[in-house]
Write a protein that binds this ligand. Structure first.
Ligand code: CMP
Length: 141
């Protein structure tokens, strides 16, 4: 197991439902630590930039519109195998297919409003963290 960093976003639906604390508690219980965190509201342009990899997808407009519809909590999680642990905790992209006890099973209404985003690999984690945070804003504990 390697010590890793990963980007986690609590999406507008999670912030609106007031479950930021419950979600962070799940990360902490799994042994991950919060190395950085902030609430931000993305512009449409920023949402499009962050999700540029999905530009050609039919849901791109819906996705970027939703992501800029309200504040999101962006966080860097750190720990052993942080990328896989975070994805396991999130559950499947479609909450209908997510396993019991996962964040998306517990809190998400639909595949579009699926409460959390998490980096899917080491390279994307690096890029996504740098999108929101300077190295000086990250705190390893
Ligand atoms: P996320 O992990 O943030 O990465 C891309 C997002 O696109 C994904 O979560 C979903 O919220 C969204 N997405 C994927 N498939 C669909 C779909 N069929 N309709 C709407 N949104 C989708």
């Amino acid at each position: 197991m390697a010590r890793e960093r990963t980007l986690s976003i609590i999406k507008p639906d999670g912030v609106k439902k007031n479950v930021i604390g419950k979600i962070i508690a799940m990360f902490e219980e799994k042994g991950l630590t919060v190395a950085a965190a902030k609430l931000v509201q993305l512009t449409k342009g920023e949402a499009e930039g962050f999700y540029a990899v999905h530009k050609a997808r039919p849901f791109f407009g819906e996705l970027t519109g939703f992501m800029q519809s309200g504040p999101v909590m962006v966080m860097v999680l750190e720990g052993e195998d942080a990328i896989a642990k975070n994805r396991e905790l999130m559950g499947a992209t479609d909450p209908a297919k997510a396993a019991a006890g996962t964040i998306r099973k517990l809190f998400s209404a639909s595949i579009g409003e699926n409460t959390v985003h998490g980096s899917d690999a080491q390279e994307t984690a690096k890029t996504e963290i740098a999108w929101f945070f300077a190295e000086s804003e990250l705190f390893t504990r």
